[in-house]
Ligand binder design. Sequence first.
Ligand SMILES: O=C(O)CCC(=O)C(=O)O
Ligand SMILES: [Fe+2]
Length: 353
Amino acid sequence: MAGVSVLSAEVLLSKRVQEMVLNGEEPPAPYISRDDDPSDDDDSTVSPIPIIDLSVLSHTTASTEEYEEELQKLKSALHTWGCFQAINHGISSSFIDEILQVTREFFEQPMEEKKKYSKTVVEVDGYGADPVPEEGQSLDWSDRLFLDVYPEDLRKPKFWPESPSSFGEVLREYTEKTKMVIEVISKAMAKSLNLEENCFLNQFGERAMLQARFNYYSKCQRPDLILGLKPHADGSGYTSILPDEVGLQVFNNDKWHTVPKISHAILILMGDQMEIMTNGVFKSPVHRVLSNSERDRISVAMFYTPEKGKEIGPEDGLVDDERPRLFKKVKDYAEIHWDYYQRGLRALHTAQA
Ligand SMILES: O=C(O)CCC(=O)C(=O)O
Ligand SMILES: [Fe+2]
């Protein structure tokens, strides 16, 4: 979009979207970003985003046949869509409700309370909006709280909300539970590709990172003009997303597909680094979040990213004459990705072999 100066973006970023909505303001120019036809938003047809039963993949009760079948489904899901909805993932519904509840309670507090955890315009961690360093890029109609959650020594306590009082404890517990889910998925992904089951876990490393992003998408009277989150692919290894409402869309086959609501399911979405490690077999899908005029929406995203400074690259078992090496080895790819992300661009080409 033309004419948005760095200064105006900075001024805008100092004011939360939620505040603009409370003041009854219409979205100002830098937020206006949609260039597609909003009449296509109709999500009455349910998109065939694959559903994977993680209890089958964690071996607990499944027969070999069931297990093999689910593995094939997983591989096909990640090749075709780059994402799936995980059910029977082992995190209780009551705990899922709890993490969504503390997230909602955090965002529903008065602005002064949330601003105790404010980031500066250039910082990533904390409450606010993503940094916007470049002229001319559009802003997202959402507010977020971004926190490093693992390894524990990377946590920055000054950004961890003290209110609601259970926030920290619930997040620590969610981190532990997410790590367990990640272990099951990482092993299953490897096995689905006939690789040694720990190969991805080893590439991510002992100090693989988990970062939490709590998103709050205020409702908007003009959902035809703006986006809750602009189209992007994640720079993570992969990401888990827990939404309370529909709104997320995945781009596939030249079309946006709304991820259907399945209560208590967790959406697992490949980031660019899994596309690199699988030599392009798994896809890192472009996705975005639509705004809604009737209701707000929250989501909790957990980004699972290889440890800092660790080189990752395509698994040898996925490189052969038929499938030549597509990507080189990279390290700290998430940082390169971030530079591009902020300009509304993808970074994956920087890793091409
Ligand atoms: O809110 C969502 O459903 C998606 C969030 C997302 O894509 C992100 O935080 O990277
Ligand atoms: Fe994302």
